[in-house]
Design a protein around this ligand. Structure first.
Ligand SMILES: Cc1ncc(COP(=O)(O)O)c(C=O)c1O
Length: 543
């Protein structure tokens, strides 16, 4: 313990000295960074200084602290210096905060690896651009077939129905291809059922799980054999009233959620999909009232690629089946198998997630004597990596100055064709294909922010993962105006979720690469006439 007798500092002076040291160190660091900051951006520093000073004065706790310190005359000077230096430090720190947030771990990973084309060659892409223009979606029949075969091999104990969640990509050619392979269909509206029927799929091969039960759905159920999973108590009541004594499925929200972001989570208390599991008794009462036979339980929570989640959700769902009794013959566990789009992401192994589900079904049969049939309804899994968008770099620009600068590539496509990055911060591989084949082997790369053609700052193809509003420059092959840029893995929820028509851009055409390698047009580009066909021409004088 130090003492005054041996020349050490008296105890009562210790806090003041500590403050001294603190202020001196802080001062040195602060002055250095402030000087650096000022040297780089003097004008911005002045603005920030004013801003921070205003905050400093306005904050009650800080004002009181300054008042307390200034009561002690011996440290008053230090206090004033420290306060000023704090202002400078904050200003210098703020100066260094990048306006463009650099991507987090997996995006950084992405920025060091160039992505590659999945099923198109560079020559294919140039051929598509020449024959159909850009932007154009291209789907790959071979990939669609391979994924369908994989889904049809989903482990099961007592029978399996694979339903393609047609909302992911409802083009008739895709529906026909899957239909020919023995898949059934999951529809999310009566309109989708009608669309499937137009592609030659009978309504009896479709099951409907919808947020909005239109009268047409009841008609399709009564006349065409459509299966409906009631997604709310009112839907159950409506069907029971219209078609008493009929067979129905019940979609429950089992209270467990999964999904990449809040926007894609479809289970748990924050989700409106399905009947909340605690309303089970009301389901039983309504079914009894209308003499309905509950033959199917449905739970789609977007279970992902984690076998443990699949095991838990299947157990919870089997519990609901058991409570409903042996009228239940089928359990539908929905879709939601995660797919790796970027090279560093992995796809769901169906054999791995399916194995524990099979065990659960066997246990259930031992317990209840009922051998339940399994239904799964993947969308993403079947089509995501079977689609690519061929677009053109139609412009470019560079920014610099007081904010971190960026090199932008502007496509002739964007949120009109691939909305997922703007909506969820989803990552899609981007691959530059030179317009001139002689440049295919060029190795030069550059970091680009890739944007779409809409007058929206949110029309961004390179957001940070799960952060749609944050620019995350991506390392790409060096590009020039006129080069092609292929947005990969756009088979699911891209064409289907298009915002085409915004800024009056047309709907892009769709082309299928057949297993023989030929390109077959399966949807034409829309015209301005089609965009305006339902507009009613009125005279301004009448308004
Ligand atoms: C009821 C239902 N089933 C299946 C799917 C398909 O999900 P995914 O495309 O993630 O496989 C969805 C997607 O929203 C759904 O709502």
């Amino acid at each position: 313990m130090p003492s005054a007798a041996n020349g050490s500092v008296p105890c009562c002076l210790l806090p003041r000295d500590l403050l001294w040291i603190f202020v001196t160190v802080l001062g040195l660091v602060t002055v250095l960074s402030a000087v650096a900051g000022f040297a780089v951006r003097v004008s911005r520093a002045r603005d920030l200084l004013h801003h921070v000073l205003a905050r400093l004065v306005a904050t009650e706790a800080e004002t009181r602290l300054l008042h307390f310190l200034s009561q002690h005359s011996c440290i008053k000077t230090y206090t004033m210096i420290a306060a000023k230096l704090l202002v400078l430090a904050t200003a210098a720190h703020a100066l260094q905060a990048p306006k463009v947030a650099r991507p987090r771990a997996n995006a950084l990973h992405a920025s060091t690896d160039l992505e590659s084309l999945r099923f198109l060659s560079n020559d294919d892409a140039r051929q598509v651009a020449k024959d159909y223009g850009t932007p154009t979606y291209v789907y790959d029949a071979a990939t669609l077939r391979a994924r369908a075969e994989e889904a049809l091999a989903f482990p099961n104990a007592y029978g399996l129905t694979v339903r393609y969640a047609m909302k992911a990509c409802p083009n008739g050619a895709v529906l026909k291809l899957f239909d020919s392979m023995g898949l059934n269909f999951d529809a999310s509206s009566a309109h989708e059922v009608r669309r499937a029927m137009r592609a030659g799929v009978p309504a009896s091969k479709c099951s409907l799980s919808t947020q909005q039960l239109d009268a047409d759905a009841i008609t399709l159920m009564r006349d065409e054999g459509l299966e409906i999973n009631c997604c709310s108590l009112s839907q159950l009541d409506t069907i029971g009233t219209a078609l008493p004594g009929t067979k129905v499925g019940m979609r429950f929200n089992p209270g467990l959620g999964s999904g990449g972001t809040a926007k894609t989570n479809v289970g748990g208390a924050s989700s409106s999909f399905g009947i909340w599991h605690e309303q089970f008794d009301e389901v039983v009462a309504l079914a009894k009232k209308h003499d309905l036979e509950v033959v199917r339980v449905h739970t789609h929570i977007g279970s992902g690629s984690d076998a443990e989640v699949w095991k838990r959700v299947s157990s919870m769902s089997l519990d609901l089946c058991e409570r409903l009794g042996d009228s239940v013959k089928t359990l539908n566990l929905g879709g939601g198998y995660k797919v790796g789009r970027m090279a560093y992401e992995t796809s769901t192994d169906l054999q791995e997630v399916g194995a524990p589900v099979t065990d659960n079904f066997k246990d259930y049969a031992k317990r209840t004597g009922v051998e339940l049939k399994l239904e799964v309804e993947p969308g993403t899994f079947l089509v995501a990596n079977a689609g690519a968008l061929v677009s053109t770099v139609q412009d470019a620009c560079t920014t610099s100055g007081k904010d971190a600068g960026n090199d932008f590539l502007k496509l002739d496509a964007g949120m009109t064709d691939v909305l997922r990055p703007s909506l969820y911060g989803s990552q899609h591989p981007l691959v530059v294909v030179p317009s001139d084949a002689a440049k295919d082997a060029d190795a030069a790369t550059a970091e680009y922010v890739v944007v779409g053609h809409c007058c929206e700052s949110g029309d961004l193809l390179t957001p940070a993962p799960d952060e749609p509003e944050t620019l995350a420059p991506r390392l790409l092959k060096k590009a020039e105006r006129g080069d092609l840029l292929i947005v990969e893995s756009v088979g699911a929820y891209c064409s289907a979720m298009s915002t085409a028509g915004y800024n009056s851009f047309p709907t892009a055409p769709e082309v299928m690469k057949s297993t023989k390698g030929a390109f077959v047009e399966i949807r034409k580009r829309s015209s301005l006439d089609q965009l305006l066909q339902n507009e009613v021409s009125v005279d301004a004088a009448a308004l």
